[in-house]
Design a protein around this ligand. Sequence first.
Ligand code: SAM
Length: 219
Amino acid sequence: MSVLPKRFKRIKKVLDQRMENLTVLVEAVNKPHNLSAILRTCDAAGVLEANFICEGKEVKTFNSTAQGSQKWVKLRNHSTTNSAINSLKGKGFKLFGTTLNEKSIDYRDLDFTSKTCFILGAEKWGLSQEIISKVDECIFIPMNGMVQSLNVSVAASILLFEAVRQRKEKGLIPIKGEGLNKDLYKETLFEWCYPELINHYKKSAMNYPSLKENGEIES
Ligand code: SAM
């Protein structure tokens, strides 16, 4: 059993452009189609991992909306707001909370080329005060219509693709896997090529094997 060469080539091409330093944190978004749409955008923008505050619940997505993108974007679940914020800050992410308050800055005036995390809030209530008090910057997308806010997945798309646009302009979009550290690249490549073997290696606490140039597993 081996990954087909054509599929291996495609997987590598996508992974080569993935970025560890761009992510989202989703707080209390509870409609599965919105979560799925956010993941689909993460995949398209080159995000390696998306973060969720799940408070013990499973993150539910819809395959029809996600189009399988849940397989290609890692999901990191955090049990509390505090642990999510501490973990992301500990990794050096700058946290941008999306909210329309008097301190919010127009997203077009900010730089998203270094470690960036966009924090997205619940459909009805937006971000909690707890998160707002802990972010580095509050940002908003200007609204010129009668309706006060965008759908959360639309807001995620606008912001992620603004980050991609800024990075492209500065030549910061990875092309050969430089967006991930070497171990993470190797681990993700194996998981994408051989998802059916992940449990086997995890259960036996073994490291994943190396892959040959053509994607076959080294014996
Ligand atoms: N009444 C809520 C509020 O006051 O935030 C509206 C929530 S909105 C439908 C859901 C989420 O989408 C927000 O928490 C935010 O993450 C994002 N969002 C929607 N419109 C936005 C905008 N114009 N600027 C920035 N984020 C926005």
